[in-house]
Design a protein around this ligand. Structure first.
Ligand SMILES: Nc1ncnc2c1ncn2[C@@H]1O[C@H](COP(=O)(O)OP(=O)(O)O)[C@@H](O)[C@H]1O
Ligand SMILES: [Mg+2]
Length: 376
């Protein structure tokens, strides 16, 4: 007997027209597979699509729902009107399928536009490099960036799997505990809490990664240094979730200096550095204040954050700037890399760290006071 998948196009069209509705329903499932990811305008599928559009008016809700499900898997524009109608269907299962399909179609449209924009941006950077350094320059940059992307993906995989494996183990334990009638409620609650914390950590990593990879439009404006520093300090003090005693922050230096910066980004860099400074007092006995100072030397402005927290060994200092490197239970390891990216790539400056284990850390962020117009 022929399988459904082996129906010829003519048989399929006939089955879609069948007065016997279960036959028509099976035919919709076959048509769904056929049009999945189809190229719009392919004459082979246009007739099938037209039949599916008609079947959206079928008296059986099962058929209308199957049409909505098929619409989720194809970009064919004929289904826009179909879904607009099915979203208002009398049957709730049909409505649900139509809503789901409309969302899927919107998401995949969005993803393909983003993909295109991304590709255009990379090509324009590579074209620029080729104009300056020739084809070999273009190739070298392309190879290097592919390496970086690979490393990033690999590290992200390890970070996520590190959290997912215990999550799966917790879920298995919870299931076993639930099937035994005498597991005390507090044991179940503790397991559920472990799961919740791991999920929270996973979303913290994904959010940090999103912030790190975002490419916001940068609007450089002259700003008063004092205001920028004060904003960073108050954000850091507000967003530190730890309620234990913490150091105060002292601000000093020639703060009336004007600097050309992308303000929100610089505030973000400063906040990240300050949060680390605050967190470095976790196990410290002294609460000596954190000092934030500003200095203007020639055309360079330096913001320095000095803490008297736990400090770092030489190795920890080198690690601190790499993605995912963290020694905190709820850390993500994205704070310093993002601060470095903002200071160095976005402001043409330099972020450096000096630290002594047990004594404290100094982070210096130096940027040009005025933006250089790139004349190359
Ligand atoms: N001021 C500091 N004092 C001590 N250690 C620090 C300081 N700043 C950064 N570190 C170390 O560098 C690591 C990476 O920092 P960061 O990139 O902000 O990620 P996170 O804060 O999420 O761990 C921290 O986990 C910590 O070990
Ligand atoms: Mg941090």
């Amino acid at each position: 007997m022929a399988t459904e998948e082996m129906l010829s196009e003519r048989d399929l069209l006939a089955a879609l027209d069948s007065p016997d509705w279960p036959v028509a329903l099976r035919a919709v499932a076959v048509a769904d597979k056929l049009i999945r990811g189809c190229i719009v305008g392919d004459p082979g599928i246009e007739k099938v699509v037209a039949k599916l559009v008609t079947l959206a008016n079928h008296s059986k809700w099962e058929i209308r729902r199957a049409v909505a499900n098929a619409a989720a898997n194809t970009p064919h524009p004929s289904f826009e009107a179909v879904l607009a109608k099915l979203i208002l269907d009398d049957n709730s299962r049909v409505r649900q399928a139509a809503e789901h399909a409309a969302l899927r179609r919107r998401d995949s449209r969005h993803a393909s536009t983003l993909g295109k924009q991304h590709e255009d941006r990379i090509n324009s950077i590579l074209d620029d490099i080729e104009a300056r350094f020739g084809v070999r320059g273009r190739d070298a940059v392309k190879r290097a960036s592919e390496q970086i992307a690979n490393t990033f993906a690999r590290e992200l995989y390890h970070e996520i799997i590190k959290l997912l494996s215990p999550l799966a183990a917790s879920a298995d334990r919870l299931r076993a505990q639930l099937s035994s009638t005498n597991t005390p409620a507090n044991v179940l609650a503790a397991e559920a809490e472990r799961i919740r914390r791991r999920v929270a950590q996973l979303s913290a990593i994904l959010n940090a990664m999103r912030a790190y990879t975002a490419q916001p439009v940068l609007d450089y404006q002259p700003e008063v240094l004092r205001e920028v520093i004060e904003e960073g300090v108050s954000l850091a003090l507000e967003s530190d979730p730890d309620k234990s005693p913490r150091p105060s922050v002292e601000i000093k230096g020639p703060l009336n200096v004007i600097v050309d910066i992308a303000r929100a980004r610089l505030v973000q860099a400063l906040t990240n550095v300050l949060l680390n400074a605050i967190e470095s007092y976790q196990d410290a006995h002294s609460l000596k204040p954190i000092e934030v100072s500003a200095d203007l030397q020639g055309a360079l402005v330096t913001i320095t954050v000095k803490d008297s927290g736990c400090g770092m060994s030489g190795e920890a200092q080198r690690d601190a700037l790499t993605l995912f490197a963290t020694n905190k239970p709820n850390g993500t390891g994205f704070g310093l890399p993002l601060a470095t990216k903002i200071i160095e790539s976005e402001h043409g400056g330099r972020l450096s760290i000096e630290s002594v284990k047990g004594l404290g850390t100094i982070v210096r962020m130096t940027i040009p006071q005025h933006r250089q117009v790139d004349s190359a």
